[in-house]
Ligand binder design. Structure first.
Ligand code: MLT
Length: 500
């Protein structure tokens, strides 16, 4: 069973069920050891396939590990858990599927295995830690007071808090991987300016698929046990390159020379990004970038994450999988709401001025409700309480107030509207399950206040989601998760089932 699955539907046996010869299934070929010492994974100290890796060395004595070693250490226990679930509990019922689950966009159906976070109506936790707990416990980049996306990524991959040395080694490794191939930069420069930044982004990821080390390894023919290592090679490249892609699209639109200030291992991603786009002097912007990229990395089975996962379950390479998920992000019910919210708030500012009364806000929003228009930044597909990410953004604003009077007016209007709109929505839209503002009410507006172009806001945030998803991509391969293939059902079939 080693080697690339050759069946047409890509059905790797692994976690998905009984192996064809009737033997007990294992998670990606790693022998399960449910009640004992975790099995060893080969070649930890030597990195991938015995090739010495960039970055810090592996050690059991507390000295810094590489990300490869830290993940390899975690795989046996997770593989053992996967095997236990599939062997001992494979027929246990977790949830009864209701008609509402099926007709209602699979809401409430716990059916997507997702290792890097737990998300429910109250918010997201990563490996059982809330965002505020992680803010307190993760090491910060030297000189920064904000969460570090690199530290958060390390934690998502490994469920371990990195040491400061591991954080710096990891950031340096990413910076070393950041450079875009010259033909990719040339490709970006050939993209017509009348194509949206989001479309450009999608095309750039698909273009970069030709550099996928995962694809190259598949073409060579590799053991399924090693898939995760090749996935991780790509994942680290993708994480490192995603901010460069955003910067390159920004640079092109703003007439800044490409790669004039390449990413340097001396800086973290946020600082490197700011240098590339000519914002190195703006420390608040760099801090905001760190914070957003850290807390926006993952939110469970959102449309974009689910889209990426769906594509990646067929072993589409990481670059192509990201492009698939990004397309889902371009809808107004998902990440397009970031830009739509900026437009909505700017329009409200023009109509209401900076300090409207409560009655004026209610009359203004009431018209939107009467006309059944979307109010961007309010409600949520999953959350039923205030969005914890919004609280983080508000605190950042309190600590880093904008010096621009127009931006201050906009941000204060948003705060006022956030107070009145939920009550109004509760009264006037009785079916709405969550009238609270979510992080999209504010995130794009803060970025806008830093002078960021409104047509590129989504790229900035989606870059974080792309980086976060790479973690899950690697774990999908490490656990040998199968291709996604739910059963589809017609309404007639549904009716027949419930009536029988
Ligand atoms: C997200 O973070 O992706 C959004 O809040 C949407 C979601 O979680 O479904």
């Amino acid at each position: 069973m080693n080697g690339i699955a050759s069946s047409g539907n890509g059905a790797a046996p692994s976690v998905n069920g009984t192996a064809p010869n009737g033997t007990v299934p294992t998670a990606n070929g790693i022998a399960p050891q449910v009640n004992g010492t975790a099995p060893q994974v080969d070649g930890l100290a030597n990195g991938v396939n015995g090739i010495a890796l960039n970055g810090t060395s592996s050690s059991l004595d507390g000295s810094p590990q590489t990300i490869f070693d830290a993940i390899a250490t975690r795989i046996p226990s997770r593989a053992a858990l996967a095997a236990k679930l599939m062997m001992k509990y494979r027929d246990s019922t977790v949830h009864e599927v209701t008609v509402e689950n099926i007709m209602g966009g699979m809401r409430g159906l716990p059916c997507m295995l997702w290792e890097i976070s737990e998300s429910d109506a109250t918010g997201v936790r990563h490996h059982k830690q809330s965002l505020s707990e992680l803010e307190a416990s993760l090491p910060k980049w030297p000189g920064s007071t904000q969460m570090s996306p690199e530290a958060m990524l390390w934690f998502l991959y490994t469920a371990q808090i990195p040491t400061s040395a591991e954080l710096q080694g990891f950031a340096a490794e990413l910076a070393r991987r950041a450079e875009l191939p010259s033909d990719a930069l040339a490709f970006i420069d050939t993209l017509p300016k009348n194509i949206s930044a989001d479309s450009q982004n999608i095309m750039i990821y698909t273009f970069l698929g030709k550099y996928s080390k995962f694809n190259a390894a598949l073409a060579r023919g590799i053991s399924k046990d090693d898939l995760w290592k090749h996935a991780l090679e790509d994942a680290l490249d993708v994480i490192a390159r995603s901010p460069v892609i955003v910067a390159a699209v920004y640079a092109k639109a703003n007439g800044i020379a490409q790669n004039a200030v390449p990413f340097s291992p001396a800086f973290d991603m946020a600082h490197n990004f700011a240098r590339y786009i000519g914002k190195e002097g703006d420390n608040d912007f760099i801090e905001f970038t760190r914070l957003c990229w850290a807390f926006y990395l993952d939110h469970g089975a959102s449309v974009s994450s689910h889209g990426m996962r769906l594509a990646s379950s067929s072993w589409a390479d990481p670059y192509s999988s990201l492009a698939a998920g990004y397309i889902g992000a371009t809808g107004p019910l998902h990440a397009k709401a970031i830009g739509d919210s900026v437009k909505f708030n700017l329009k409200a500012l023009a109509a209401l001025g900076s300090d409207p009364s409560r009655d004026e806000i209610i009359a203004y929003i009431g018209n939107y409700i009467s006309e059944k228009k979307i109010i961007p930044g309010y409600g949520h597909a999953l959350l039923r309480v205030r969005d914890a990410r919004l609280e983080i953004l508000r605190r950042f604003l309190d600590e880093h107030p904008s010096s621009d009077p127009q931006a201050r007016s906009l941000l204060s209007l948003i705060r006022n509207m956030n107070e009145c709109v939920p009550e109004l929505l509760r009264e006037r839209v009785p079916g709405m399950k969550n009238p609270h503002p979510n992080c999209d009410t504010l995130n794009g507006c803060i970025l806008h206040a830093y002078g960021y172009p409104s047509d590129q806001l989504m790229l900035f945030f989606a870059c974080s989601r792309a980086m976060g998803f790479m973690t899950q991509y690697v774990w999908d391969r490490a656990l040998g998760l199968p291709i996604e293939r739910p059963l589809s059902v017609t309404m007639d079939e549904l009716l027949a089932k419930v009536q029988s």
